[in-house]
Structures are given as C-alpha cells and as structure tokens.
Write a protein that binds this ligand. Structure first.
Ligand SMILES: *Cc1c(COP(=O)(O)O)cnc(C)c1O
Length: 373
C-alpha cells in the first residue's frame, strides 16, 4: 500500500491569490515568482493556474525552458541570470529575460552576437546580496544601451526588510538610493516582493514580483495569509496508521523526552522530517485530526510523528491528519518550529505526492502538469 501522505494543491486558490495581488497592485504588471518548483507546489500546473500573470520569474534555467516548451508565451525572467555563454545562447533560443548583476555577465554580453535580449539590470541598493554598486549605474547603463544585443532594459532592486514589522528605515533608504540613481531614466522598474507589494504601494512601479503571497502565506511574521484574504494553496495531509494506549510514565518516540503524566491515547501519523515536516517542531505544535485540533507529541522522526488523541475518542486508524494548509495555517507551524513558511513549503520533498485539484474547466495543460513534479 502506498503511504497516505499527500500535498493537496488547490489551483483555484492560486488563481484567487493572483486576483488579490492585482487588488494590491492594480497598476503594476505581475511577475509571478515560481522558483524552487513554485515554492514546492509543482511547476507547470502552478504556472497554468497563474497564467493570467504578466510574466514569470524563477532561477532554474531548465524549469524556464520547460515552461517555454509547455507553450507559455509570457516573459520569463531568470532571477540570477546566466552563468556561461552557453546559457546565454539558450536565452536567445528560448526568448528568456535575464537579470544582469555582475561584471562577468556584462563581459559575456559584450561582443556576443545575440539579438533582442531583454535585460533586468540589478542594482544593489543596500541588501548587499546581488547587484551592481549604485555608483556604477551611469556607466553600466551607457555600456548596455550601446550594446546592439540588448533590446530592452528594466531596472531592478530587492529589499532586505520589506517584511519587517516596525522599522521602515532600511526600506526607505533603499528606495531613496534607487530613485536617486535611476531618477533621470525613463526605463521600467521592478522593486517589490510580496511584502512590499502588500505594504508599500510606492514601490509597485512597472512590475511587482510576488512569490509567497501567491501561495497563500503571509510574508509578515506577525500575520497569516487570511489577514490579507489570501487562501492557502498547499495542504499537507496524511493518516493515522497506528494507535497506542499509554500508561502514566510511558515515553513517546526517540530520546524519550516526552513522558506521559497520565494515561494517554496517541496516534502515529505517516509523516516525518523526510516528508518535509520540520524536525524542530516541539510538543504542542498544532495538528488537525479530522478537522479537530490536536497537538504534536515527542520528537518528529524521519517517517512518523505522534499526536495526542486522549481527548478525541472518535479518531481511529485511517483518520485524516492535516499537518498544515486548509484550516491550519502553515505560518503557525513555521512559528512553532522557529522557521518561516517559505522554508516549509519549498522543502517539500519529491517523495510526497502532489494531488492537484481540478480547475473548473480542465485543459490539456493541466493534465500534462499533473504528472510532472
Ligand atoms: C524570491 C524572490 C521574490 C519573491 O519573494 P516573496 O517574498 O516570496 O514575494 C522576488 N524577487 C526576487 C529577486 C526573488 O528572488
């Protein structure tokens, strides 16, 4: 028998979240970020559900090519750009847009005989991860504008603290640096991730680049997706595969660091850290069993975890368990495990099968995508 763990992917929720994003940024084009296998949700069916976005952004060249080959005609941006002249040739072949963020990429562009490259010039305004130093902006723009291979330039930066809770200083500093150096150009701009899309309309500009919010989770630690009318897209579910009746003083799981202080009934769930559930989730982390709230007990092992059924007498073997998703925000699990929802979603391993909801009208693209993960 197949293990009962599944990640259910709610495609209408994706489409709904895209509409919410439009509501936040009505005047910007939306570049839906689908890196890391669409944040763990699976590439092609996700892209298809988000086909009303104006473009897609991701890092993985193969995934970008896969989108083209599946028939997507949107602008597709490689967020780290290309790493070799061989890849540069593939950009032209598949009409992929590219970030340019360091000198080696500039050197590969100079003297290349490609045509019609769509460039996103990344400027480091203070995050200090990728991008050219702001002082170099005028000379690089001059160089790129004079390059016959380049047909379009969009200016880009990324914020370090748009998801911060109280202090806006760093955000405003970065925005100011960006506006100061680019102020005299009429080129299109893209600045905002999910957090800035929700929180800073002044950063919307020509393109917003939402990722996490499309998957229904909140980029702000103090909030949940539902606070912004977002719907969770992924629900990680499994089943109770064993039940144990414990006496007072019994232990549960590896290390024995959970010991009962009274007789208890516990359920063993087919889901462990090899299924993407965080090993650091402590006793007490919320779990839904047949839509009733329960709690994790003891250490999470590789393939299993234990839940408290003492107060849930009607739960039996095969009862459905929701680890996160519908009815149990992934943000709550992330908080309990001292991580962020991004990490939980992206870390979904391939051994967890995706169960893709049907869209209202099924298209061939959806069907193809169901098999790919
Ligand atoms: C991942 C990424 C995004 C999306 O970030 P979210 O916080 O998920 O909205 C936007 N821009 C760039 C450059 C990224 O790498």
């Amino acid at each position: 028998m197949q293990r009962p763990i599944k990640a259910y992917i709610d495609l209408p929720a994706l489409t709904h979240n895209l509409l919410i994003t439009r509501h936040y940024a009505p005047n910007a084009k939306i570049m839906a970020i689908i890196k890391a296998n669409a944040y763990g949700h699976g590439l092609l069916h996700t892209a298809h559900a988000l086909r009303n976005a104006d473009g897609f952004g991701l890092l993985e060249l193969e995934a970008a090519i896969c989108l083209r080959e599946a028939g997507f005609r949107h602008p597709i941006l490689l967020l780290e750009g290309f790493f070799s002249t061989r890849e540069l040739a593939l950009l032209e072949k598949y009409r992929l847009s590219t970030v340019i963020h360091h000198d080696e990429q500039l050197a590969m562009l100079t003297g290349c005989n490609h045509r019609e490259l769509d460039i996103f010039l990344k400027i480091n305004t203070g995050m200090n991860r990728l991008g050219f130093a702001s002082e170099r902006f005028p000379s690089i723009i001059k160089q790129l504008s004079g390059n016959p291979a380049v047909s379009q330039i969009t200016l880009m930066t990324h914020f370090a603290t748009a998801d911060g809770t109280t202090d806006n200083t760093q955000f405003h500093k970065q925005l100011q640096v960006f506006d100061q150096i680019t102020g005299l150009t009429a080129m299109p701009c893209t600045l905002a991730n999910s957090a800035a899309t929700i929180r800073y309309p002044e950063a919307h500009r020509d393109w917003v680049r939402p990722g996490l919010m499309l998957y229904g989770a909140s980029p702000f630690a103090a909030h949940r997706g539902e606070d912004f009318k977002l719907k969770p897209v992924m629900s990680l579910t499994s089943k109770i595969i064993a039940i144990q009746h414990l006496k007072q003083g019994d232990i549960v799981g590896y290390g024995g660091n959970f010991q009962t202080d009274r007789p208890m009934r516990i359920g063993i769930v087919a889901c462990g850290y090899a299924d993407g559930y965080p090993r650091h989730a402590p006793t007490g982390t919320p779990v839904l069993v047949n839509d009733l709230r329960s709690r994790l007990i003891g250490k999470v092992s590789m393939d299993m975890l234990a839940v408290d059924l003492t107060e849930l007498p009607n739960i039996s073997i095969n009862s459905t368990v929701t680890l996160w998703g519908n009815g149990l925000p992934v943000e709550d699990i992330a908080r309990a495990a001292d991580t962020i929802s991004y990490e939980l979603l992206c870390a979904l391993p391939t051994r967890v099968e995706l169960e893709i909801s049907q869209e209202e009208s099924q298209s061939s693209a959806t069907r193809i995508c169901v098999e790919s993960k």
